[in-house]
Ligand binder design. Sequence first.
Ligand code: DGT
Ligand code: CA
Ligand code: ZN
Length: 576
Amino acid sequence: MSDPANSTIADALEELGDLYELDGAVIHRVLAYRNAARAVRDAQGSVAQLAREGAVTSIPGIGATLERKILDLIETGEIPATVKLRERYPPGLLAITALPGLGPKRARRLFDELGIDSPDALRAAASAQRIRTLKGFGAKGEEAILAALDAGAAERPRSRPPLDRALEIGELIIDALRARDPEAQIMLAGSARRRADSVKDLDIVVDRPSLLDALGTLDLLEEGARTSPSAARGRTHSGITVELRAVSSEQFGNLLQHLTGSNAHNAALRERAVRAGLHISEYGILEDATETIHHCATEEEVYARAGLGYIEPELRENRGELEAAAAGTLPVLVDLSDIRGDLHAHTTASDGHASIEQMARAALALGYEYLAITDHSATHGFGDEVSPEQLRRQIELVHEADAKLEGIKLLAGSEVNVLPDGSPDYDDDLLAELDWVIASVHTSFALDRDAMTERMCRAASHPLVDAIGHPTGRLVERRAPYELDVDALIATCAANGTMLEINASPHRRDLDEIHSRSAAAAGVSLVINSDAHSTGGLQVLRFGIWTARRAWLTAADVANTLPWPEFAAKLGRSGR
Ligand code: DGT
Ligand code: CA
Ligand code: ZN
Protein backbone atom coordinates (compact mmCIF):
# COMPACT_ATOMS: atom_id res chain seq x y z
CA MET A 1 0.00 0.00 0.00
CA SER A 2 1.35 3.43 -0.89
CA ASP A 3 1.69 5.94 1.91
CA PRO A 4 -1.34 8.15 2.51
CA ALA A 5 -0.74 11.83 1.74
CA ASN A 6 -0.56 14.25 4.66
CA SER A 7 -3.94 15.63 3.64
CA THR A 8 -5.46 12.14 3.88
CA ILE A 9 -4.08 11.66 7.38
CA ALA A 10 -5.22 15.12 8.40
CA ASP A 11 -8.73 14.50 7.04
CA ALA A 12 -8.90 11.25 9.00
CA LEU A 13 -7.87 12.94 12.26
CA GLU A 14 -10.31 15.74 11.65
CA GLU A 15 -13.12 13.29 10.96
CA LEU A 16 -12.34 11.45 14.16
CA GLY A 17 -12.37 14.73 16.10
CA ASP A 18 -15.76 15.56 14.57
CA LEU A 19 -17.08 12.12 15.46
CA TYR A 20 -15.85 12.43 19.05
CA GLU A 21 -17.57 15.79 19.24
CA LEU A 22 -20.85 14.29 18.01
CA ASP A 23 -20.33 11.62 20.61
CA GLY A 24 -20.17 14.29 23.29
CA ALA A 25 -16.47 13.99 24.13
CA VAL A 26 -14.85 16.74 26.23
CA ILE A 27 -13.83 19.66 24.08
CA HIS A 28 -10.12 19.28 24.88
CA ARG A 29 -10.09 15.86 23.27
CA VAL A 30 -11.85 17.17 20.18
CA LEU A 31 -9.47 20.11 19.94
CA ALA A 32 -6.48 17.78 20.30
CA TYR A 33 -7.56 15.99 17.11
CA ARG A 34 -8.23 19.23 15.26
CA ASN A 35 -4.86 20.68 16.26
CA ALA A 36 -3.08 17.48 15.28
CA ALA A 37 -4.90 17.49 11.93
CA ARG A 38 -3.72 21.03 11.32
CA ALA A 39 -0.13 20.19 12.25
CA VAL A 40 -0.17 17.19 9.90
CA ARG A 41 -1.68 19.23 7.09
CA ASP A 42 0.96 21.90 7.53
CA ALA A 43 3.91 19.51 7.77
CA GLN A 44 6.34 20.02 4.91
CA GLY A 45 7.61 16.42 4.77
CA SER A 46 5.75 13.12 4.45
CA VAL A 47 4.05 12.40 7.81
CA ALA A 48 3.49 8.74 6.89
CA GLN A 49 7.22 8.31 6.39
CA LEU A 50 7.90 10.05 9.69
CA ALA A 51 5.45 7.70 11.42
CA ARG A 52 7.08 4.60 9.94
CA GLU A 53 10.42 5.87 11.23
CA GLY A 54 8.88 6.19 14.70
CA ALA A 55 9.38 9.95 14.74
CA VAL A 56 5.86 11.26 14.25
CA THR A 57 5.66 12.47 17.85
CA SER A 58 8.17 15.16 16.85
CA ILE A 59 5.19 16.96 15.31
CA PRO A 60 3.72 19.33 17.90
CA GLY A 61 0.47 18.04 19.32
CA ILE A 62 1.04 14.41 18.40
CA GLY A 63 1.60 12.05 21.31
CA ALA A 64 1.48 8.30 21.69
CA THR A 65 -2.31 8.01 21.29
CA LEU A 66 -2.36 9.86 18.01
CA GLU A 67 0.77 8.07 16.84
CA ARG A 68 -1.03 4.73 17.26
CA LYS A 69 -4.01 5.98 15.25
CA ILE A 70 -1.80 7.32 12.46
CA LEU A 71 0.07 4.01 12.31
CA ASP A 72 -3.23 2.11 12.15
CA LEU A 73 -4.28 4.31 9.26
CA ILE A 74 -1.01 3.73 7.41
CA GLU A 75 -0.93 -0.01 8.05
CA THR A 76 -4.60 -0.94 7.68
CA GLY A 77 -6.13 2.02 5.84
CA GLU A 78 -8.48 2.82 8.73
CA ILE A 79 -8.62 3.86 12.38
CA PRO A 80 -10.62 1.43 14.57
CA ALA A 81 -12.19 4.23 16.66
CA THR A 82 -13.43 5.89 13.48
CA VAL A 83 -14.93 2.65 12.20
CA LYS A 84 -16.78 2.18 15.48
CA LEU A 85 -18.10 5.74 15.65
CA ARG A 86 -19.11 5.71 11.99
CA GLU A 87 -21.50 2.87 12.82
CA ARG A 88 -23.15 5.06 15.39
CA TYR A 89 -23.22 8.34 13.44
CA PRO A 90 -23.96 8.35 9.71
CA PRO A 91 -21.63 10.42 7.49
CA GLY A 92 -24.46 12.78 6.52
CA LEU A 93 -24.64 13.91 10.12
CA LEU A 94 -21.13 15.35 9.92
CA ALA A 95 -22.18 17.46 6.95
CA ILE A 96 -25.02 18.84 9.08
CA THR A 97 -22.67 19.90 11.87
CA ALA A 98 -20.88 22.13 9.34
CA LEU A 99 -24.03 24.21 8.76
CA PRO A 100 -23.93 27.68 10.30
CA GLY A 101 -25.94 27.76 13.50
CA LEU A 102 -26.03 24.01 14.00
CA GLY A 103 -22.84 22.42 15.31
CA PRO A 104 -22.56 19.00 16.94
CA LYS A 105 -24.87 19.48 19.92
CA ARG A 106 -27.83 20.65 17.89
CA ALA A 107 -27.08 18.18 15.10
CA ARG A 108 -27.16 15.40 17.69
CA ARG A 109 -30.60 16.51 18.83
CA LEU A 110 -31.88 16.54 15.25
CA PHE A 111 -30.56 13.01 14.90
CA ASP A 112 -31.73 11.69 18.26
CA GLU A 113 -35.15 13.31 18.26
CA LEU A 114 -36.10 13.42 14.56
CA GLY A 115 -33.79 10.80 13.03
CA ILE A 116 -32.23 13.37 10.70
CA ASP A 117 -29.00 11.84 9.36
CA SER A 118 -28.14 13.81 6.20
CA PRO A 119 -28.55 17.22 4.59
CA ASP A 120 -31.34 15.76 2.42
CA ALA A 121 -33.21 14.47 5.45
CA LEU A 122 -32.69 17.84 7.08
CA ARG A 123 -34.13 19.65 4.07
CA ALA A 124 -37.14 17.34 4.01
CA ALA A 125 -37.80 17.87 7.72
CA ALA A 126 -37.39 21.64 7.45
CA SER A 127 -39.68 21.83 4.42
CA ALA A 128 -42.29 19.80 6.30
CA GLN A 129 -41.93 22.24 9.22
CA ARG A 130 -40.91 19.47 11.60
CA ILE A 131 -37.77 21.22 12.89
CA ARG A 132 -39.77 23.98 14.57
CA THR A 133 -41.41 21.37 16.81
CA LEU A 134 -38.04 20.96 18.61
CA LYS A 135 -37.48 23.14 21.61
CA GLY A 136 -34.92 25.85 20.88
CA PHE A 137 -35.19 25.71 17.08
CA GLY A 138 -38.34 27.61 16.05
CA ALA A 139 -39.68 28.75 12.70
CA LYS A 140 -36.89 31.23 12.12
CA GLY A 141 -34.23 28.60 12.82
CA GLU A 142 -35.98 26.37 10.33
CA GLU A 143 -35.85 29.10 7.68
CA ALA A 144 -32.18 29.69 8.44
CA ILE A 145 -31.47 25.98 7.94
CA LEU A 146 -33.21 25.98 4.56
CA ALA A 147 -31.34 29.12 3.53
CA ALA A 148 -28.01 27.58 4.55
CA LEU A 149 -28.82 24.40 2.62
CA ASP A 150 -29.79 26.46 -0.43
CA ALA A 151 -26.50 28.32 -0.17
CA GLY A 152 -24.71 24.98 -0.45
CA ALA A 153 -23.20 25.23 3.01
CA ALA A 154 -23.43 21.48 3.63
CA GLU A 155 -21.69 20.51 0.42
CA ARG A 156 -18.86 22.95 0.59
CA PRO A 157 -15.64 21.00 0.21
CA ARG A 158 -12.71 21.86 2.44
CA SER A 159 -10.32 21.55 -0.43
CA ARG A 160 -9.04 25.10 -0.85
CA PRO A 161 -6.18 25.69 1.56
CA PRO A 162 -6.07 29.10 3.23
CA LEU A 163 -3.44 31.58 2.06
CA ASP A 164 -1.01 31.04 4.94
CA ARG A 165 -0.55 27.36 4.16
CA ALA A 166 -0.26 28.04 0.45
CA LEU A 167 2.28 30.82 0.86
CA GLU A 168 4.38 28.91 3.34
CA ILE A 169 4.94 26.00 0.98
CA GLY A 170 4.92 28.23 -2.11
CA GLU A 171 7.78 30.32 -0.79
CA LEU A 172 9.78 27.22 0.13
CA ILE A 173 9.31 25.86 -3.40
CA ILE A 174 10.42 29.16 -4.90
CA ASP A 175 13.50 29.20 -2.66
CA ALA A 176 14.32 25.64 -3.66
CA LEU A 177 13.98 26.46 -7.37
CA ARG A 178 16.10 29.57 -6.90
CA ALA A 179 18.79 27.46 -5.29
CA ARG A 180 18.87 25.42 -8.50
CA ASP A 181 19.24 28.52 -10.67
CA PRO A 182 20.12 31.68 -8.73
CA GLU A 183 19.92 33.85 -11.88
CA ALA A 184 16.38 32.83 -12.83
CA GLN A 185 13.32 35.02 -12.44
CA ILE A 186 10.81 33.08 -10.36
CA MET A 187 7.48 34.56 -9.34
CA LEU A 188 4.39 33.33 -7.63
CA ALA A 189 1.25 34.14 -9.65
CA GLY A 190 -2.45 33.30 -9.40
CA SER A 191 -4.68 33.80 -6.39
CA ALA A 192 -1.74 33.39 -3.99
CA ARG A 193 -0.07 36.47 -5.46
CA ARG A 194 -3.36 38.33 -5.29
CA ARG A 195 -3.40 37.35 -1.59
CA ALA A 196 -6.87 35.84 -1.78
CA ASP A 197 -8.33 34.15 1.31
CA SER A 198 -7.72 30.67 -0.07
CA VAL A 199 -6.21 29.17 -3.19
CA LYS A 200 -6.98 26.23 -5.43
CA ASP A 201 -3.38 25.72 -6.50
CA LEU A 202 -0.03 27.47 -6.66
CA ASP A 203 0.89 29.06 -9.99
CA ILE A 204 4.57 29.82 -10.49
CA VAL A 205 6.23 31.52 -13.46
CA VAL A 206 9.92 31.11 -14.36
CA ASP A 207 12.07 32.29 -17.24
CA ARG A 208 14.14 29.08 -17.45
CA PRO A 209 12.68 25.94 -19.09
CA SER A 210 15.39 23.92 -17.30
CA LEU A 211 13.57 24.52 -14.02
CA LEU A 212 10.57 22.55 -15.29
CA ASP A 213 12.51 19.34 -14.83
CA ALA A 214 13.80 20.44 -11.45
CA LEU A 215 10.28 20.50 -10.03
CA GLY A 216 9.98 16.72 -9.84
CA THR A 217 13.25 16.46 -7.93
CA LEU A 218 12.32 18.70 -4.99
CA ASP A 219 11.89 16.99 -1.60
CA LEU A 220 9.11 19.48 -0.89
CA LEU A 221 6.89 17.72 -3.42
CA GLU A 222 5.20 14.36 -3.29
CA GLU A 223 5.44 14.23 -7.08
CA GLY A 224 6.15 16.49 -10.01
CA ALA A 225 6.79 16.18 -13.75
CA ARG A 226 6.92 18.14 -16.96
CA THR A 227 3.56 18.18 -18.76
CA SER A 228 4.56 20.12 -21.90
CA PRO A 229 7.65 21.89 -23.27
CA SER A 230 6.68 24.96 -21.23
CA ALA A 231 4.87 23.54 -18.18
CA ALA A 232 5.24 21.17 -15.26
CA ARG A 233 2.86 20.10 -12.54
CA GLY A 234 3.50 18.80 -9.05
CA ARG A 235 1.80 18.13 -5.74
CA THR A 236 3.02 19.01 -2.27
CA HIS A 237 2.90 16.55 0.64
CA SER A 238 -0.02 18.56 1.94
CA GLY A 239 -1.88 17.94 -1.32
CA ILE A 240 -1.60 21.36 -2.98
CA THR A 241 -1.16 21.29 -6.76
CA VAL A 242 1.73 23.31 -8.16
CA GLU A 243 1.50 24.63 -11.72
CA LEU A 244 4.88 25.75 -13.04
CA ARG A 245 5.10 27.64 -16.32
CA ALA A 246 8.24 28.72 -18.18
CA VAL A 247 8.59 31.52 -20.71
CA SER A 248 11.41 33.59 -22.24
CA SER A 249 12.63 36.57 -20.25
CA GLU A 250 11.28 38.93 -22.95
CA GLN A 251 7.76 37.58 -22.40
CA PHE A 252 7.99 37.15 -18.63
CA GLY A 253 5.73 40.14 -17.96
CA ASN A 254 3.07 38.85 -20.34
CA LEU A 255 2.86 35.43 -18.75
CA LEU A 256 3.14 36.72 -15.18
CA GLN A 257 0.32 39.19 -15.83
CA HIS A 258 -1.81 36.48 -17.43
CA LEU A 259 -1.29 33.92 -14.69
CA THR A 260 -1.74 36.40 -11.87
CA GLY A 261 -5.29 36.95 -13.07
CA SER A 262 -7.91 37.09 -11.89
CA ASN A 263 -9.92 35.73 -14.78
CA ALA A 264 -12.37 38.60 -14.38
CA HIS A 265 -9.57 41.18 -14.37
CA ASN A 266 -7.91 39.66 -17.43
CA ALA A 267 -11.17 39.45 -19.36
CA ALA A 268 -11.98 43.09 -18.62
CA LEU A 269 -8.43 44.17 -19.47
CA ARG A 270 -8.58 42.35 -22.79
CA GLU A 271 -11.94 43.85 -23.64
CA ARG A 272 -10.66 47.37 -22.95
CA ALA A 273 -7.54 46.73 -24.99
CA VAL A 274 -9.48 45.45 -28.01
CA ARG A 275 -11.29 48.77 -28.20
CA ALA A 276 -7.84 50.36 -28.54
CA GLY A 277 -6.80 47.89 -31.22
CA LEU A 278 -4.67 45.73 -28.94
CA HIS A 279 -4.95 41.99 -28.38
CA ILE A 280 -3.46 40.94 -25.07
CA SER A 281 -2.51 37.32 -24.52
CA GLU A 282 -0.16 35.39 -22.30
CA TYR A 283 2.47 35.57 -25.07
CA GLY A 284 2.39 39.24 -26.00
CA ILE A 285 0.31 42.15 -27.21
CA LEU A 286 -0.69 42.27 -30.87
CA GLU A 287 -1.16 45.80 -32.15
CA ASP A 288 -3.69 46.02 -35.02
CA ALA A 289 -2.34 49.25 -36.47
CA THR A 290 1.20 48.02 -36.96
CA GLU A 291 0.55 44.27 -36.97
CA THR A 292 3.41 43.87 -34.55
CA ILE A 293 3.53 41.70 -31.45
CA HIS A 294 4.99 43.43 -28.43
CA HIS A 295 6.72 41.27 -25.87
CA CYS A 296 6.78 42.65 -22.36
CA ALA A 297 9.54 41.71 -19.94
CA THR A 298 7.63 43.29 -17.05
CA GLU A 299 4.02 43.66 -16.01
CA GLU A 300 4.47 47.43 -15.91
CA GLU A 301 5.00 47.31 -19.68
CA VAL A 302 1.83 45.25 -20.17
CA TYR A 303 -0.26 47.82 -18.34
CA ALA A 304 1.56 50.76 -19.94
CA ARG A 305 0.88 49.37 -23.43
CA ALA A 306 -2.79 49.19 -22.48
CA GLY A 307 -2.64 52.85 -21.45
CA LEU A 308 -2.85 52.05 -17.74
CA GLY A 309 -0.73 52.62 -14.68
CA TYR A 310 0.54 49.59 -12.78
CA ILE A 311 -2.18 47.77 -10.85
CA GLU A 312 -1.23 46.00 -7.62
CA PRO A 313 -2.03 42.26 -7.72
CA GLU A 314 -4.39 42.56 -4.72
CA LEU A 315 -6.63 44.87 -6.76
CA ARG A 316 -6.93 42.64 -9.82
CA GLU A 317 -10.48 41.40 -9.30
CA ASN A 318 -12.32 43.64 -11.78
CA ARG A 319 -13.81 45.72 -9.02
CA GLY A 320 -13.16 49.05 -10.68
CA GLU A 321 -9.36 48.94 -10.76
CA LEU A 322 -9.10 49.20 -14.56
CA GLU A 323 -11.30 52.30 -14.64
CA ALA A 324 -9.32 53.81 -11.75
CA ALA A 325 -6.00 52.98 -13.42
CA ALA A 326 -7.19 54.66 -16.62
CA ALA A 327 -8.29 57.73 -14.68
CA GLY A 328 -5.15 57.78 -12.54
CA THR A 329 -7.19 57.46 -9.34
CA LEU A 330 -5.90 54.18 -7.92
CA PRO A 331 -5.47 54.43 -4.13
CA VAL A 332 -2.07 54.29 -2.45
CA LEU A 333 -2.69 51.04 -0.58
CA VAL A 334 -1.94 50.62 3.10
CA ASP A 335 1.29 48.72 3.75
CA LEU A 336 2.53 46.65 6.67
CA SER A 337 5.17 49.32 7.33
CA ASP A 338 2.36 51.83 8.02
CA ILE A 339 1.19 49.89 11.09
CA ARG A 340 2.05 51.52 14.44
CA GLY A 341 0.30 49.26 16.89
CA ASP A 342 -1.75 46.12 17.43
CA LEU A 343 -5.01 46.30 19.36
CA HIS A 344 -5.98 42.67 19.91
CA ALA A 345 -3.64 40.31 21.77
CA HIS A 346 -4.16 37.55 24.33
CA THR A 347 -1.93 36.49 27.21
CA THR A 348 -1.81 33.66 29.71
CA ALA A 349 -4.59 35.49 31.58
CA SER A 350 -6.96 33.81 29.09
CA ASP A 351 -5.98 31.42 26.31
CA GLY A 352 -2.69 33.00 25.23
CA HIS A 353 0.73 31.43 25.70
CA ALA A 354 2.86 34.43 26.65
CA SER A 355 2.91 36.97 29.46
CA ILE A 356 2.04 40.64 29.16
CA GLU A 357 5.70 41.56 29.16
CA GLN A 358 6.65 38.94 26.58
CA MET A 359 3.90 40.16 24.25
CA ALA A 360 4.96 43.76 24.81
CA ARG A 361 8.61 43.06 24.03
CA ALA A 362 7.63 41.19 20.87
CA ALA A 363 5.49 44.15 19.78
CA LEU A 364 8.36 46.50 20.53
CA ALA A 365 10.66 44.34 18.39
CA LEU A 366 8.21 44.81 15.50
CA GLY A 367 8.61 48.56 15.92
CA TYR A 368 5.11 49.13 17.28
CA GLU A 369 4.30 52.16 19.42
CA TYR A 370 1.35 50.54 21.17
CA LEU A 371 -0.19 47.21 22.02
CA ALA A 372 -3.55 46.45 23.60
CA ILE A 373 -3.78 43.43 25.88
CA THR A 374 -7.27 42.05 25.28
CA ASP A 375 -7.90 38.78 27.05
CA HIS A 376 -11.23 37.01 26.81
CA SER A 377 -14.00 38.08 29.12
CA ALA A 378 -16.22 36.28 31.59
CA THR A 379 -18.54 34.30 29.28
CA HIS A 380 -16.17 33.35 26.51
CA GLY A 381 -16.89 29.75 27.29
CA PHE A 382 -13.62 27.89 26.84
CA GLY A 383 -12.67 27.73 30.46
CA ASP A 384 -10.05 30.48 30.21
CA GLU A 385 -12.25 33.37 31.12
CA VAL A 386 -11.21 36.38 33.15
CA SER A 387 -13.54 37.14 36.06
CA PRO A 388 -14.26 40.78 36.92
CA GLU A 389 -11.87 40.52 39.92
CA GLN A 390 -9.17 39.02 37.72
CA LEU A 391 -9.69 41.75 35.14
CA ARG A 392 -9.20 44.46 37.80
CA ARG A 393 -5.91 42.80 38.72
CA GLN A 394 -4.99 42.43 35.04
CA ILE A 395 -5.54 46.15 34.46
CA GLU A 396 -3.04 46.84 37.26
CA LEU A 397 -0.55 44.38 35.80
CA VAL A 398 -0.80 45.91 32.33
CA HIS A 399 -0.32 49.39 33.72
CA GLU A 400 2.67 48.21 35.77
CA ALA A 401 4.23 46.62 32.69
CA ASP A 402 3.51 49.80 30.77
CA ALA A 403 5.33 51.88 33.38
CA LYS A 404 8.27 49.51 33.31
CA LEU A 405 8.75 49.26 29.54
CA GLU A 406 10.25 52.08 27.52
CA GLY A 407 9.15 52.79 23.98
CA ILE A 408 5.76 51.14 23.90
CA LYS A 409 2.35 52.12 25.25
CA LEU A 410 0.41 49.18 26.68
CA LEU A 411 -3.35 49.47 26.75
CA ALA A 412 -5.31 47.55 29.36
CA GLY A 413 -8.12 46.13 27.28
CA SER A 414 -10.51 43.27 26.96
CA GLU A 415 -12.14 41.26 24.24
CA VAL A 416 -15.58 41.20 25.76
CA ASN A 417 -18.12 38.68 24.66
CA VAL A 418 -21.34 40.16 23.34
CA LEU A 419 -24.29 38.54 25.07
CA PRO A 420 -27.31 37.53 22.93
CA ASP A 421 -29.09 40.76 23.86
CA GLY A 422 -26.16 42.85 22.64
CA SER A 423 -24.76 43.87 26.00
CA PRO A 424 -21.11 43.30 26.93
CA ASP A 425 -20.55 40.70 29.64
CA TYR A 426 -18.80 43.05 32.09
CA ASP A 427 -20.53 45.85 33.97
CA ASP A 428 -20.11 49.37 32.63
CA ASP A 429 -18.18 50.36 35.78
CA LEU A 430 -15.52 47.83 34.94
CA LEU A 431 -15.49 48.60 31.22
CA ALA A 432 -14.91 52.25 32.10
CA GLU A 433 -11.67 51.27 33.82
CA LEU A 434 -10.29 49.82 30.58
CA ASP A 435 -8.22 51.70 28.01
CA TRP A 436 -9.62 49.76 25.09
CA VAL A 437 -12.65 47.50 24.57
CA ILE A 438 -13.22 45.14 21.66
CA ALA A 439 -16.61 43.46 21.58
CA SER A 440 -16.85 40.11 19.79
CA VAL A 441 -19.30 37.24 19.50
CA HIS A 442 -18.05 33.88 20.75
CA THR A 443 -21.32 32.26 21.85
CA SER A 444 -24.90 31.96 20.54
CA PHE A 445 -24.04 32.05 16.84
CA ALA A 446 -27.42 30.70 15.84
CA LEU A 447 -29.58 33.79 16.24
CA ASP A 448 -31.67 34.73 13.24
CA ARG A 449 -30.60 37.65 11.08
CA ASP A 450 -32.72 40.30 12.76
CA ALA A 451 -31.75 39.27 16.26
CA MET A 452 -28.05 39.00 15.39
CA THR A 453 -28.09 42.38 13.63
CA GLU A 454 -29.81 44.00 16.60
CA ARG A 455 -27.31 42.33 18.95
CA MET A 456 -24.29 43.59 17.03
CA CYS A 457 -25.70 47.07 16.51
CA ARG A 458 -26.43 47.36 20.22
CA ALA A 459 -22.86 46.36 21.01
CA ALA A 460 -21.52 48.83 18.44
CA SER A 461 -23.52 51.67 19.91
CA HIS A 462 -22.46 50.95 23.50
CA PRO A 463 -20.52 54.06 24.56
CA LEU A 464 -17.71 52.01 26.12
CA VAL A 465 -17.14 49.72 23.13
CA ASP A 466 -14.31 50.94 20.91
CA ALA A 467 -14.31 48.29 18.21
CA ILE A 468 -16.16 45.20 17.05
CA GLY A 469 -13.85 42.16 16.78
CA HIS A 470 -14.00 39.60 13.91
CA PRO A 471 -17.41 41.08 13.07
CA THR A 472 -18.99 38.28 11.02
CA GLY A 473 -17.56 35.20 12.75
CA ARG A 474 -16.61 33.50 9.51
CA LEU A 475 -13.69 31.09 9.30
CA VAL A 476 -11.99 30.89 5.90
CA GLU A 477 -13.25 27.77 4.09
CA ARG A 478 -14.54 26.34 7.37
CA ARG A 479 -17.45 28.34 8.71
CA ALA A 480 -19.87 30.70 7.02
CA PRO A 481 -20.48 34.05 8.70
CA TYR A 482 -23.37 34.13 11.12
CA GLU A 483 -26.59 35.66 9.87
CA LEU A 484 -25.97 39.39 10.02
CA ASP A 485 -26.87 42.53 8.10
CA VAL A 486 -23.31 43.84 7.86
CA ASP A 487 -24.40 47.06 6.17
CA ALA A 488 -26.60 47.87 9.16
CA LEU A 489 -23.66 47.21 11.47
CA ILE A 490 -21.45 49.46 9.34
CA ALA A 491 -24.04 52.25 9.51
CA THR A 492 -24.25 51.90 13.28
CA CYS A 493 -20.47 52.02 13.63
CA ALA A 494 -20.33 55.09 11.40
CA ALA A 495 -22.98 56.82 13.51
CA ASN A 496 -21.25 55.97 16.80
CA GLY A 497 -17.60 56.31 15.84
CA THR A 498 -17.05 52.64 16.61
CA MET A 499 -14.21 50.94 14.74
CA LEU A 500 -14.48 47.65 12.90
CA GLU A 501 -11.71 45.11 13.12
CA ILE A 502 -10.05 43.36 10.26
CA ASN A 503 -8.96 40.34 12.25
CA ALA A 504 -5.73 39.37 10.51
CA SER A 505 -5.63 35.71 11.48
CA PRO A 506 -5.37 33.89 8.13
CA HIS A 507 -8.19 31.65 9.33
CA ARG A 508 -10.49 34.62 9.85
CA ARG A 509 -9.65 37.69 7.73
CA ASP A 510 -12.83 39.13 9.16
CA LEU A 511 -14.14 41.69 8.11
CA ASP A 512 -13.52 40.45 4.61
CA GLU A 513 -12.36 42.65 1.74
CA ILE A 514 -15.85 43.41 0.42
CA HIS A 515 -17.27 44.60 3.73
CA SER A 516 -14.06 46.38 4.70
CA ARG A 517 -14.33 48.42 1.55
CA SER A 518 -17.96 49.31 2.30
CA ALA A 519 -17.03 50.21 5.87
CA ALA A 520 -14.28 52.59 4.79
CA ALA A 521 -16.60 54.12 2.19
CA ALA A 522 -19.12 54.74 4.98
CA GLY A 523 -16.47 56.55 7.00
CA VAL A 524 -15.83 53.79 9.54
CA SER A 525 -12.24 53.45 10.77
CA LEU A 526 -10.85 49.96 10.36
CA VAL A 527 -8.33 48.51 12.77
CA ILE A 528 -6.12 45.63 11.60
CA ASN A 529 -5.34 43.30 14.51
CA SER A 530 -3.39 40.08 14.90
CA ASP A 531 -5.53 38.48 17.65
CA ALA A 532 -2.18 36.97 18.67
CA HIS A 533 -2.20 34.20 21.25
CA SER A 534 1.61 34.02 21.34
CA THR A 535 4.52 36.31 20.52
CA GLY A 536 4.85 34.69 17.09
CA GLY A 537 1.14 35.28 16.53
CA LEU A 538 1.79 39.00 16.11
CA GLN A 539 3.31 38.17 12.72
CA VAL A 540 -0.02 37.35 11.09
CA LEU A 541 -0.79 41.04 10.68
CA ARG A 542 0.28 40.86 7.05
CA PHE A 543 -2.80 38.77 6.21
CA GLY A 544 -4.99 41.57 7.53
CA ILE A 545 -2.97 44.07 5.52
CA TRP A 546 -3.61 42.01 2.41
CA THR A 547 -7.35 41.96 3.12
CA ALA A 548 -7.20 45.73 3.57
CA ARG A 549 -5.32 46.13 0.29
CA ARG A 550 -7.87 43.94 -1.46
CA ALA A 551 -10.45 46.32 0.05
CA TRP A 552 -8.67 49.31 -1.56
CA LEU A 553 -7.83 50.79 1.86
CA THR A 554 -5.26 53.51 2.32
CA ALA A 555 -3.35 54.18 5.54
CA ALA A 556 -5.88 56.90 6.34
CA ASP A 557 -8.66 54.28 6.49
CA VAL A 558 -6.82 52.25 9.14
CA ALA A 559 -6.77 53.63 12.67
CA ASN A 560 -3.72 51.73 13.85
CA THR A 561 -1.52 53.45 11.31
CA LEU A 562 -1.81 56.52 13.55
CA PRO A 563 1.11 57.39 15.82
CA TRP A 564 0.26 56.83 19.48
CA PRO A 565 -0.60 60.46 20.39
CA GLU A 566 -3.04 60.70 17.50
CA PHE A 567 -4.55 57.32 18.21
CA ALA A 568 -4.96 58.29 21.86
CA ALA A 569 -6.68 61.49 20.81
CA LYS A 570 -8.99 59.53 18.52
CA LEU A 571 -9.91 57.26 21.41
CA GLY A 572 -10.89 60.29 23.41
CA ARG A 573 -10.40 58.46 26.67
CA SER A 574 -10.13 61.58 28.79
CA GLY A 575 -13.82 61.37 29.70
CA ARG A 576 -13.35 58.00 31.35
P1 DGT B 1 -7.43 29.72 -7.74
O1 DGT B 1 -6.30 28.91 -8.24
O2 DGT B 1 -8.77 29.13 -8.01
O3 DGT B 1 -7.29 30.07 -6.32
O4 DGT B 1 -7.43 31.10 -8.54
P2 DGT B 1 -6.45 31.59 -9.68
O5 DGT B 1 -6.81 32.99 -10.01
O6 DGT B 1 -5.05 31.33 -9.31
O7 DGT B 1 -6.91 30.71 -10.93
P3 DGT B 1 -6.15 29.60 -11.78
O8 DGT B 1 -5.10 28.93 -11.01
O9 DGT B 1 -7.24 28.76 -12.37
O10 DGT B 1 -5.52 30.39 -12.99
C1 DGT B 1 -4.45 31.33 -12.77
C2 DGT B 1 -4.67 32.54 -13.62
O11 DGT B 1 -4.56 32.20 -15.01
C3 DGT B 1 -6.03 33.16 -13.51
O12 DGT B 1 -6.13 34.01 -12.38
C4 DGT B 1 -6.12 33.91 -14.78
C5 DGT B 1 -5.42 33.02 -15.75
N1 DGT B 1 -6.41 32.18 -16.45
C6 DGT B 1 -6.65 30.89 -16.25
N2 DGT B 1 -7.64 30.46 -17.05
C7 DGT B 1 -8.06 31.53 -17.75
C8 DGT B 1 -9.07 31.76 -18.74
O13 DGT B 1 -9.80 30.86 -19.13
N3 DGT B 1 -9.19 33.04 -19.22
C9 DGT B 1 -8.40 34.07 -18.79
N4 DGT B 1 -8.58 35.29 -19.29
N5 DGT B 1 -7.45 33.89 -17.88
C10 DGT B 1 -7.28 32.65 -17.37
CA1 CA C 1 -4.19 29.24 -8.86
ZN1 ZN D 1 -12.27 36.54 19.55
